[in-house]
Design a protein around this ligand. Structure first.
Ligand code: FNR
Length: 341
């Protein structure tokens, strides 16, 4: 098998292997304050939300996972069928592989065929020029493009990039494409220094993709013979840390929270900390691999219903109200909050 294809296979198997390890996304240090007099009916709770200006019926979506190999195609087809059935927005994994192997294209185009009316996100690394970004969008008639920035992942890969000049590509994509662009990390978390840079480039949508779930430093490090670069993950921010540090940018940027999101509580806490929506990759991949399409569909419905239960106890009818709920931070997160003052 070609090394590029083999790597796709390893990403899936290693993400699933490390899913079993306990990880800290930081949200246990966020305590929202309940409303004991909700003055609300459960049936009246609304989950309408937005992703890069587009409407969603739920505040969470299936974030980038895969594409390219035959195994990846099977997974993408399953995701696409579930997304079509549930109305969940879905991102594909990096489409970079289609520029190298034409035969990898159906693993992405099938997603649109199976979900003709769904909200779909294309995905590509930020080192790609505009012409490739346009192709990635066109391949799946995407509604939104995710451009990933993944310096830590590349440095951990023996065959990875060593030059990182991304700003011009990002600014050109944002200014030239007809679809909105989300700049995302891949599990390392975005720092406020990076958010300032992105805001100055004209970026409006950022996915913080923090530490606490799938870690590409961990995955790529495991693929190294000596496994000596795990320490690079020490510079990563958990999703909760990244969200706290992003508070000053809530006016300028619409934030997606992702990285280690597994439960309705995680989703609600991310929204309370100012995210407009939440992305889930590793958890949905795990549920699909273990419980199949029916299990994944049930999980999406379960999360939806549980979010409503928590919103009722917080006295919130809408996601906008949820974003105003008072909360207490404990432990380390207090230090991150102090940085903003
Ligand atoms: C990913 N992720 C990812 N992101 C991206 O922008 N392009 C990609 O090709 C991939 N590939 C990929 C493969 C697999 C198997 C997984 C599990 C994830 C990263 C993903 O979108 C997300 O940012 C991180 O995984 C963190 O979220 P979770 O997995 O902790 O929910």
């Amino acid at each position: 098998m070609d090394p590029h294809m083999h790597r796709k296979y390893e990403h899936i198997s290693l993400a699933e292997k490390f899913y079993a390890e306990a990880k800290d996304n930081g949200f246990d240090q966020v305590q929202p304050l309940s409303q004991n007099l909700p003055e609300l009916a459960l049936a009246d709770i609304q989950l309408d939300s937005r992703l890069a200006g587009r409407k969603m019926t739920r505040p969470f979506f299936l974030n980038a996972v895969t594409g390219g190999s035959p195994q990846a195609q099977k997974i993408n087809e399953s995701f696409a069928r579930v997304a079509a059935k549930t109305g969940l927005a879905m991102a594909v994994g990096s489409q970079s592989i289609t520029f190298k192997f034409e035969e990898s294209l159906p693993s992405f185009t099938r997603v649109r065929e199976l979900n003709p009316d769904g909200l779909l996100l294309a995905n590509l690394g930020a080192h790609h020029p505009l012409v490739n970004a346009q192709k990635a969008v066109d391949q799946i008639q995407a509604d939104i493009l995710e451009l990933h920035v993944n310096a830590a992942q590349e440095l951990t890969m023996p065959e990875g990039d060593r030059d990182f000049f991304w700003q011009d590509n990002i600014a050109t994509a944002v200014n030239s494409l007809l679809v909105p662009v989300i700049v995302k990390e891949v599990g390392f978390g975005m720092s406020p220094r990076s958010l300032l840079k992105l805001a100055n480039l004209g970026v409006k949508y950022v996915d913080l993709a923090g530490k606490g779930g799938t870690s590409f430093v961990q995955i790529e490090n495991f693929r190294r013979p000596k496994k000596e670069l795990a320490f690079l993950d020490n510079l990563a921010l958990t999703t909760a840390q990244s969200l706290i540090l992003a508070q000053p940018y809530r006016e300028k940027l619409s934030l997606t929270a992702s990285g280690g999101i597994r439960t309705a509580q995680d989703i609600v806490k991310a929204l309370i900390l100012g995210a407009d929506n939440v992305g889930i990759s590793g958890h949905f991949l795990h549920v699909l691999l273990k419980q199949g399409e029916v299990g994944l569909e049930e999980e999406i419905h379960r999360l939806t219903e549980e979010i409503k239960l928590i919103m009722l106890l917080l006295g919130c009818q809408t996601i906008a109200e949820l974003q105003q709920v008072p909360y207490v931070l404990t432990g380390q997160l207090k230090d991150y909050q102090a940085f903003n003052n």
